[in-house]
Ligand binder design. Structure first.
Ligand code: AMP
Length: 229
């Protein structure tokens, strides 16, 4: 297998997808993870699953998530440690939604150092704020099959909201409601955007990706920068 720019001398692909909520990190991360056969760990998905199952982690995280606030760094470091500890992560990983603060980025660097691993690249998904608001407020999740779609992009305008995959009922994620979306974007600007400079000043390769366009267009640009074949 030939690996492109994202991959270090180790031959493994350890990637972070960085960017605001609604930038498409999840969708593109899934495509990359499937193509490169490395696991994707999305901390938002891990937390939502914990909330659904009512675990201690879920109970602790829920109030922060519902308010669009960040779950405390100490809790998130536990989540990241567990994910990266999984045997599957030894051959590379794609992180989506982590790190989100400088403290988390420092923690991640330490975690990797303990495993004598390095981060090969950070991909920053750039999307203007108006587009993010449009995408997040149009995002729907199918109650039955979990498919994600966007009624602004793929849905019948003003029509019945049913899942294009299974015909199930679509729901809006609690934290995609307009009041919470605005707070999530503020939290992103204040806590996560500073990571761009932090990574710029580090030795990790930082790729800026124009993440406006169709899924296919953005994926093509992503593969231009990182990927495997
Ligand atoms: P996401 O699906 O990535 O947008 O995450 C949904 C919510 O989970 C966020 O709004 C936060 O409340 C929480 N969350 C996910 N990842 C992190 C993280 N790395 N640090 C703090 N909170 C997080």
């Amino acid at each position: 297998m030939r690996i492109f720019a994202a991959v270090g001398d180790s031959g493994l692909m350890n990637l972070v997808l960085l960017g605001p909520p609604g930038a498409g990190k999840g969708t593109q991360g899934d495509l990359l993870s499937e193509r490169c056969k490395v696991p994707k760990y999305a901390t938002g998905d891990i937390l939502r699953d914990a909330v659904r199952r009512g675990t201690p982690l879920g109970r602790e995280a829920k109030r922060f998530m519902d308010a669009g606030e960040l779950v405390p760094d100490a809790v998130m470091m536990g989540v990241a440690r567990e994910a990266l500890h999984a045997a599957a992560a030894r051959n590379g990983f794609v992180l989506d939604g982590f790190p989100r603060t400088v403290t988390q980025a420092e923690g991640l660097a330490e975690l990797l150092q303990e495993r004598q691993a390095v981060l090969d690249a950070v991909v920053y998904f750039a999307v203007p704020e108006e587009e993010l608001v449009r995408r997040l407020s149009g995002r729907r999740v199918c109650r039955d099959c979990g498919a994600i779609c966007n009624i602004a992009a793929d849905g019948p305008e003003g029509g019945v909201e049913t899942c294009g995959t299974c015909g199930g009922r679509l729901e809006i994620r609690d934290d995609d409601r307009p009041e919470t979306v605005r707070n999530r974007l503020r939290v992103y600007r204040e806590n996560t955007e500073p990571l761009l400079n932090w990574y710029r000043e580090s030795s990790v390769a930082l790729h800026q990706l124009d993440a406006v366009g169709t899924v296919e267009e953005v994926y093509e640009r992503l593969l231009d920068r990182v990927g495997c074949s």
